[in-house]
Design a protein around this ligand. Structure first.
Ligand SMILES: Nc1ccn([C@@H]2O[C@H](COP(=O)(O)OP(=O)(O)OP(=O)(O)O)[C@@H](O)[C@H]2O)c(=O)n1
Ligand SMILES: C[C@](O)(CO)[C@H](O)COP(=O)(O)O
Length: 216
């Protein structure tokens, strides 16, 4: 699970994953959600200067957790998390600590799709706003029926994901998610249904929406 971002847009004055949502930190809630969906163990990639606080925040995790230091970009943190993994022969999931409320059904659908032979699996939701693309002249309408918003956890064949991130690093590419790294390496990406509750907590308003979802 990547949790090494600083949360500038949330502006909480602490790493975003340590911020409490209805009394429980985002990182702890994300671990609860992954465990409920069938994940057996986790590596939490945390900001290098906050490892002790993260160790404390994950003490009551329902699954075994190791905390390791992250990097400057999300993809650096993913790579550091992957290199901390012992040999794995089942699906590997990459999840944002910033998506604490992912339902168990989404996590298990991702795992099942990888077990079924897909090498890179992404939960997505339809885009509900109308969308405009900025152009040199102004802007133009985009057909939203062909668009999907990408969530996490994303699930992978471990070898495919590791090699894809090596390739991305060698080529100096910047990717915003891990399926994009696999796609850059020539692998097909399989979509499964995501969920509205799995929204990424980015701004103070997102935190209030999430609290409302929990009934607080
Ligand atoms: N160098 C980084 C940057 C991001 N992340 C993680 O990637 C996920 C998605 O990132 P985002 O929500 O954009 O978090 P932040 O980078 O913390 O947000 P901001 O851009 O507002 O600082 C988060 O769980 C975040 O902790 C990470 O592990 N390492
Ligand atoms: C991985 C991700 O959650 C997919 O939507 C997203 O790209 C991460 O957010 P960031 O702001 O790009 O780090």
């Amino acid at each position: 699970m990547v949790a090494a971002g600083s949360g500038v847009r949330l502006g909480a004055g602490m790493p975003k994953a340590l911020v409490r949502l209805s009394g429980r930190s985002l990182v702890a809630r994300s671990l609860d959600s992954l465990a409920a969906g069938g994940v057996a163990e986790a590596v939490v990639v945390a900001p290098a200067g906050h490892l002790v606080e993260f160790e404390k925040a994950v003490t009551d995790s329902p699954i075994p957790v190791r905390v390791v230091p992250g990097g400057g970009e999300r993809q650096d943190s993913v790579q550091l998390g992957l290199s901390a993994l012992d040999s794995v022969d089942g699906p590997v999931l990459v999840h944002d600590a910033a998506r604490p409320l992912v339902p168990a059904r989404v996590v298990s659908a991702v795992i099942e799709a990888v077990r079924g032979g897909a090498v890179a699996v992404v939960p997505v939701v339809a885009v509900t706003d109308s969308i405009r693309r900025l152009t040199d002249e102004g802007s133009e309408m985009v057909d939203r029926s062909t668009l999907r918003a990408v969530q996490t956890p994303q699930g992978f064949d471990p070898g495919v994901l590791t090699r894809a991130h090596e390739l991305v690093r060698e080529r100096g590419l910047l990717v915003t998610d891990d399926a994009a790294a696999c796609e850059a390496a020539g692998h097909p990406v399989t979509l499964v249904a995501g969920a509205a509750e799995s929204m990424k907590i980015t701004t103070p308003a997102d935190l209030r929406f999430a609290e409302a979802l929990l009934g607080d």
